[in-house]
Design a protein around this ligand. Structure first.
Ligand code: 9WN
Length: 442
């Protein structure tokens, strides 16, 4: 499907995006990038499907349905489903060894943690492009697994009926080195003592990492932080990926604000899907889902929202882009919205490229370092949606246009961009950038 009204330069950019998606297509899944991420990631596939629906709704539906192949018997949908094609990814199956604790619906290998529950959002967006009968079939194929996933999130990750779902690794948040997470992770699980004894200094540690062969190391996590994240995977493995056991370990536990905001929106969509195909949501789950809407209020302080340490109940008062996701969830009281939008559109966060993942005046801000400052296209997309939801139509439109312009001036589908000059970093053939561009241009 082409977009006839596009000027020639944007039509060419759209073709570049489609080419990236085609190149990263592995059948009914799409890898995030050919060089860095050769497998299927949960939230990547959802953002990818949101773009693919503009090209081929049937293929987009397959992208989402294929996530169910990784579903665990307990309902979890893992953050990575490993494709068999490659083993160069730095946190591959041998790090997780999940086949020792469980099976998956499709007999595929997976990680033992999840990622932001964007599936329901992708599903309703795809369904909007389908004929009534295709839509009905798609919803019926997806709903049972999706319901089991949301059920797992509450049963396993909100065991105290607190209303907020708890994460066990920063990879579950999708924002690996976002400062709030790293601050709680470093002291709780410092790099393994044995490893420190064995390795003499940072250079040796750098030499051991496999994630930064394709990108400059200073645009990624420090080696110390990366090995600390591996250490947590080891702890999770030892706890059999079971929250009751994880709770007794040293693993930091976080009620992540962005994840819970995305869950609130996903719950709404799940409820709408159920109603459309005449299915019901169990009453206890419906109550839990409703409780999340109220509980997120406990994450509010000083005009923004923070993640919270599950073990101590204290807010992790480090401002990041995650604090704006409650706009996307639609849970911000109207009398607070102006102040939040003012902060969002101030130069601390906002530039003609979009929204910085960490405010520019943060001492830890690094413009090209992963989730520690760069602009991410998926965040721009989510927050533009939130602004629109609150009727801030000019800001939403500006954000979308800035995103398109940023990608256009870089000339490639970069993984993330500097908020200072719009230069691209990470992979330059990154699928969700390509897919969301296609969506924004539609
Ligand atoms: C770990 C795939 C994923 C994204 C995450 C991004 C990065 C992985 C990594 O890549 O994380 O899951 O190896 O660093 O942070 O958001 O889903 O694109």
């Amino acid at each position: 499907m082409s977009v006839p009204s596009l000027p020639a330069d944007l039509a060419a950019l759209r073709e570049t995006a489609i080419d990236v998606l085609r190149d990263n297509d592995l059948g009914d899944i799409t890898r995030p990038s050919p060089t860095l991420y050769p497998h299927q990631w949960l939230w990547d596939s959802c953002f990818i499907a949101i773009g693919l629906r503009r090209l081929d709704p049937g293929r987009a539906a397959k992208e989402v349905l294929s996530l169910l192949r990784g579903q665990w018997p307990n309902g979890m949908i893992p953050h990575v489903i490993f494709a068999e094609t490659s083993d160069f990814y730095h946190a591959g199956p041998q790090r997780w060894r999940c086949d020792q604790v469980t099976t998956t619906a499709g007999g595929v290998q997976s990680t033992g943690v999840t990622q932001p529950p964007m599936i329901a959002e992708a599903a309703v967006r795809i369904a909007a492009m389908m004929t009534p009968s295709a839509r009905d079939a798609f919803y019926r194929a997806l709903f049972p697994g999706l319901l089991r996933f949301h059920t797992w999130l509450y049963l396993e990750r909100d065991p105290d009926d607190d209303g907020l779902v708890t994460l066990v690794h920063s990879w579950e948040s999708g924002m690996d080195n976002t400062p709030a997470w790293m601050e709680i992770t470093r002291p709780a699980a410092p790099l393994g003592v044995r490893a420190l004894r064995r390795i003499n200094g940072g250079d040796a540690l750098d030499a051991l990492r496999r994630d930064s062969k394709e990108v400059p190391p200073d645009e990624r996590l420090t080696s110390g932080d990366l090995f600390t994240l591996y250490r947590i995977v080891r702890e999770l493995r030892r706890a059999h990926y079971n929250f009751r056991e994880i709770r007794r370990s040293i693993v930091p536990l976080v009620q992540d604000v962005a994840f819970n905001a995305i869950l609130i929106r996903a719950n709404e969509h799940l409820t709408a899907i159920a109603a459309e195909i005449g299915q019901t949501i169990p009453a206890w789950l419906w109550r839990s889902m409703h409780r999340t809407r109220e509980a997120i209020e406990r994450l509010h302080a000083d005009g923004t929202y923070y993640s919270r340490d599950f073990r101590t109940g204290t807010l992790l008062r480090h401002e990041t882009i995650s604090g704006f996701l409650p706009l996307y969830a639609g849970v911000v009281p109207e009398d607070r919205v102006d102040e939040m939008v003012k902060t969002l559109t101030s130069p601390r966060y906002w530039s003609r490229f979009g929204i910085a993942s960490v405010p520019l005046d943060d001492p830890g801000f690094l413009p090209r370092c992963y989730w520690q400052g760069p602009v991410w296209v998926n965040m721009n997309w989510l927050i533009a949606d939130g602004l629109e939801r609150y009727g801030r139509l000019d800001a939403a439109e500006n954000l979308r246009q800035n995103t398109i312009d940023m990608i256009a001036s870089s000339g490639a589908m970069f993984e993330y961009y500097s908020p200072l000059d719009g230069s691209g970093a990470g992979s330059n053939r990154f699928s969700w950038t390509a897919a969301l561009l296609v969506d924004l241009l539609a």
